[in-house]
Ligand binder design. Structure first.
Ligand code: NAD
Ligand code: DAU
Length: 336
């Protein structure tokens, strides 16, 4: 299979590329990535030298560049991860989010249509369902309700992707996963930020009362689910992918402090995120029934492995904390 992966230098995309190339499958893989602040080729170090891998630096919203990649690589399938993925950034600066997540997805869908690509998996998020009251859980038919420019852009791109099945009969599936964690995650998201700060003895900024609930999914479980959907998912269908581990943020933060041997006095309650969704909850019954997938990594085991990885890879953290990131960090936390 000739597999085009977009966003393969990011957190989840790079885990997927490492997994795909570790397998014995006969896969030729092309990673198309613009290398924004979140894209890091170091993440692919373990597999990048192989003959089954190639890298193309391109912006998914640049139709001519995307066309060149499709023309030369001629993919059989696309797994589309590339996105502006951080909610806080989308609040401070929505323009790149709309450009990449909406226009970029459109550009890829059009290229896949032109080149008659046989399979397209659009990687999306449970944030498109918005905040969900206890005791409910979203299934794939649950109404969409976006609270941030990020979730609105993902909801829009999901609908666009599904319309290419309805209109052009393209073989498109959409996945909607819950919060991922694991090695190589950029230290702007809750778990890696809190681990990095705890290891450095800095304060841990908890938004609002810290009682917001997220469902945690280990990144390798997510990647196995995407592979299952790529291979067995049906055209025009959406698949939820949850970690079956719902926890309030403050509980996650306290566990990180315990795992790093730091005191709870490092916790600092800061001004809440605007439009902050209180609770995400979804059922993954459909993907389990249709593909046999289920999450395998317990949160305790995954968190321990993640803390260990960040502890052992202080250089990686230092390298990704570039000038651009520091500027964002100052802007985001300055007023809180
Ligand atoms: P990330 O921010 O770590 O990586 C995004 C990657 O996309 C980077 O390599 C970046 O360089 C690339 N990229 C950004 N804009 C681009 C553009 N215009 N053209 C080409 N490449 C571009 O993101 P992630 O956390 O790995 O998320 C990957 C996907 O999974 C996203 O679509 C996100 O919405 C979705 N998702 C993420 C989570 C999560 O918890 N992180 C959960 C569910 C779904
Ligand atoms: O649910 C899936 C989504 O999970 C993905 O689609 C997004 O790409 C991913 O970024 C993530 O979004 P969240 O907004 O849930 O993740 P984040 O790590 O930014 O925040 C998790 C929770 O922690 C959220 O309730 C906000 C809170 N938080 C976050 C940060 C960065 C804090 O309390 N303090 C912080 O410093």
């Amino acid at each position: 299979m000739r597999l085009l992966v977009t966003g393969g230098a990011g957190f989840i995309g790079s885990a997927f590329v490492r997994m795909a190339l570790r397998g014995v499958d006969d896969v030729q893989l092309c990673n198309l990535d613009a290398l924004t602040y979140a894209g890091n080729l170091e993440n692919l170090h373990p597999v990048a030298a192989g003959t089954r891998y190639r890298f193309e630096r391109a912006d998914i919203a640049d139709a001519a560049a995307v066309d060149r990649v499709f023309a030369s690589f001629q993919p059989d399938a696309v797994v589309h991860f590339a996105a502006e993925s951080h909610v806080d950034r989308s609040i401070l600066s929505p323009e790149p989010v709309v450009r990449t997540n909406l226009n970029g997805t459109f550009t890829l869908l059009e290229a896949a249509r032109r080149y008659k690509t046989q399979r397209f998996v659009h990687v999306s998020t449970d944030e498109v369902y918005g905040s969900i009251d206890e005791p409910h859980e979203a299934d794939e038919g649950y109404p969409l309700k976006a609270s941030s420019p990020y979730s609105a852009s993902k909801a829009g791109s999901d609908l666009l992707a599904l319309s290419y099945y309805a209109t052009y009969k393209m073989n498109v599936s959409v996945t909607r996963a819950s919060n991922n964690y694991g090695p190589y995650q950029f230290p702007e998201k809750l778990i890696p930020l809190m681990i990095a700060n705890a290891l450095e003895g800095k304060s841990l900024p908890v938004y609002g009362d810290g009682m917001q609930i997220r469902d945690w999914l280990y990144v390798e479980d997510h990647c196995r689910a995407i592979r299952a959907v790529l291979e067995k998912g049906r055209a025009g269908e959406v698949y939820n992918i949850g970690g079956s581990r719902a926890l309030p943020n403050i509980e996650v933060v306290k566990r990180i402090l315990a795992a790093t041997g730091r005191p709870e006095s490092l916790i600092r309650y800061v001004t809440d995120r605007p439009g902050h969704d209180r609770r995400y909850a979804l059922t993954s019954e459909k993907i389990g029934r249709e593909t046999g997938w289920k999450p395998e990594v317990e949160f305790e085991e995954g968190l321990e492995e993640t803390v260990r990885w960040y502890r052992d890879n202080a250089d990686w953290i230092a390298n990704v904390r570039s000038g651009a990131y520091r500027e964002f960090y100052e802007k985001n936390y300055a007023g809180r």
